[in-house]
Ligand binder design. Structure first.
Ligand SMILES: Cc1ncc(COP(=O)(O)O)c(C=O)c1O
Length: 362
């Protein structure tokens, strides 16, 4: 007999993501090695050499330090916070799940401005909580109206609020003053500030002082800027009391030996990320001007990806894929006319533009 899961789990659908889908490529007869992937927003220059060196010859037979002590020490000293304020995760997505499971439950409502990263909602639903949506208006360039956020949070008496900054998929960045305002005016709400793409913005304030009040969780990822998507590594910074509770829910040995060592090496490579980020900025400028020349209107964004209205995203994506180029169809974000383009190196962007020219004149 097939057993039923807990009733609320039955109705949850996994959130779609970018990246290569091997079964789709297999059906199209395309080898994954030949794909140029603009559908994820990962640093196309790959991890720095020092990371590859640091993970050579590691002993993988012993269990890792269960709470990544050395990595956390490095994070803490870089942020100027105590080690007790840091927790490492198997990618930041693990920490999103753990946060929802620790703090939200049936009876709770959580505010999520949308479109945004789909894992916030999925994690809340798994925890049994309800999601209240704040719609980001296309006519307003998908900018977050924080006055509305505050009034929705109060009206619905939500227990949590996810803020993605810069937001995925729109690339919009909230000014520090808006973030500070939300944190100050909603002291009883847990605010999760996801800064997964902050290395690719020009805003260097990552808000370490916000965690002192105990109602903020800063979420950081090393999988984008250091191109460690396959290895998985992220962390949170928060009040030690918050970390103490998250820690109880997190599985033991959650970050493997290789990821912990890679993380320590990565944190010493800030300059590498700055250099990559500067080169990506140039490639993005090239893309924006070429797309405009082709009669398209890329939306302004403050990070390494942006939205582009192409009419029918699913079809457009398929046409590019047949030319071995992958972009993110934003239908699952509720934006069926948009694709999201994650900026790659300049020569790769030139290939994208040639393929787009072909698709547009087909
Ligand atoms: C906004 C945002 N946060 C978090 C994540 C998860 O990143 P990680 O690889 O650290 O789990 C992603 C991945 O796409 C993302 O877009």
């Amino acid at each position: 007999m097939l057993l039923s899961p807990r009733p609320h789990i039955r109705h949850i659908h996994p959130s779609p993501h970018g990246g290569v889908d091997l079964s789709e490529l297999c059906a199209l007869g395309i080898s994954p090695q030949n794909i140029l992937d603009f559908s994820t927003n990962i640093n196309p220059y790959g991890p720095p050499l020092s990371i590859r060196k640091a993970i050579e010859n590691l002993d993988i037979s012993a269990y890792p330090d269960t709470r990544s002590a050395e990595f956390r020490r490095f994070v803490a000293s870089q942020w100027g916070v105590s080690e007790e304020s840091v927790l490492a995760g198997n990618g930041s997505v693990e920490l999103i799940r753990v946060t929802a499971l620790t703090y939200f439950g049936p009876e709770d409502k959580v505010l999520v401005p949308k479109p945004t990263f789909g894992e916030y909602e999925v994690s809340c639903l798994i925890a049994g909580a309800r999601v209240v949506e704040q719609k980001l208006e296309e006519e307003k360039g998908f900018r977050l109206d924080v006055e509305e956020t505050i009034s929705l949070a109060r009206h619905h008496q939500v227990r949590g609020l996810f803020l993605c900054n810069p937001n995925n998929p729109t690339g919009q960045l909230l000014p520090s003053s808006d973030i500070e305002k939300v944190v100050k005016l909603l002291p009883d709400i847990l605010i999760i500030l996801d800064q997964a793409y902050s290395s690719f913005t020009s805003d260097l304030n990552r808000h370490p002082d916000l965690v002192q009040g105990g109602n903020v969780i800063l979420l950081c990822s090393l999988t984008k800027d250091f191109a460690l998507g396959g290895l998985r590594l992220g962390y949170v910074i928060s009040h030690p009391e918050v970390i103490h509770h998250l820690d109880k829910v997190l599985p033991p040995w959650n970050v493997n030996v290789i990821a912990q060592r890679a993380g320590i090496a990565a944190l010493q490579e800030e300059e590498y990320v700055n250099q990559c980020s500067a080169r990506l900025k140039e490639a993005k400028e090239y893309l924006l001007s070429e797309l405009t020349r082709l009669g398209l209107s890329p939306l302004p964004s403050e990070t390494n990806y942006f939205l582009l209205d192409v009419g029918r995203a699913r079809e457009f994506r398929r046409k590019l894929l047949s030319r071995k180029i992958l972009v993110r169809d934003c239908t699952s974000f509720g934006l069926p006319q948009y694709i999201r383009i994650g900026v790659r190196t300049l020569p790769e962007c030139q290939r994208l533009i040639s393929a787009m020219e072909e698709v547009l004149t087909e």
